[in-house]
Design a protein around this ligand. Structure first.
Ligand code: MTE
Ligand code: MO
Length: 194
């Protein structure tokens, strides 16, 4: 298991970011209800890439899935330590598609949610397309069958029920980023609101 719970060191912070409290529960935070998503979803990869792709979870697994132990920080103030996610690191997907002029990424989800990151901030090993948590298939309310996790950012940067990854040549803002949440979302700098 690849342990990335020491990620805070890169941001010169403690393991528990400022203003957060640790919880052993796993609260559900969704803008609406849990959408119905096929058990065998496809992830569309498109925009400024060499090859547009439509990938199933088995396709993602074949590109080089791995297990990682990660911490999860919600902007509303709770952190859950030691989440064991299994999924595909973003860089493997980006390499497979072949980034072609992109500087930014928009993640799209089945509930209409979107969230954005600069390419350099999602082309990181700990950004996972995840379909298992703690040895079980990811629960629907937590974004199953497939979600993104971003342990170096507040968790709104990780789209549950992810449906598409759009590579962009200009920055754009996602759902919460347009509604007053921080675009940069660094938990160790408490970048909660814009
Ligand atoms: N598609 C989608 N992804 C989403 C959200 C959402 O409403 N829809 N909420 C975000 C927020 S604000 C947080 S804190 C985390 C919560 O994940 P959890 O419900 O598994 O705790 O998912 C993020 N990803
Ligand atoms: Mo959140």
């Amino acid at each position: 298991m690849n342990d990335v719970t020491d990620l805070h060191a890169e941001f010169d912070g403690e393991r528990l970011p400022p203003g957060q409290r640790e919880t052993t529960r796993f609260p559900v935070l969704s803008k609406g209800g849990t959408p119905s998503v096929a058990d065998d979803p496809t992830l569309d990869v498109y925009g400024a890439v060499g090859t547009e792709l439509s990938l199933s979870i088995p396709d993602l697994e074949e590109l080089g899935a791995e297990a990682q132990r990660q911490d999860f920080h919600c902007v509303t103030g709770w952190s859950r330590f030691d989440c064991e996610f299994y999924g595909l690191p973003f860089p493997r997907l980006a390499d497979h598609a072949g980034v072609d002029g992109a500087v930014h990424v928009m993640f799209h989800a089945h509930d209409g949610y979107t969230t954005n990151l600069p390419l350099g901030e999602c082309d990181r090993q700990e950004v996972l397309f995840a379909w298992e948590l703690d040895g079980e298939p990811l629960a629907g309310e937590h974004g199953g069958p497939l979600r993104v996790v971003t342990p170096h950012k507040y968790a709104y940067k990780g789209a549950k029920w992810v449906s598409g990854v759009e590579f962009l040549t200009e920055p754009e803002r996602g759902y919460w980023e347009k509604r007053g949440y921080s675009d940069t979302a660094n938990p160790w700098e408490e970048e909660r609101y814009a």
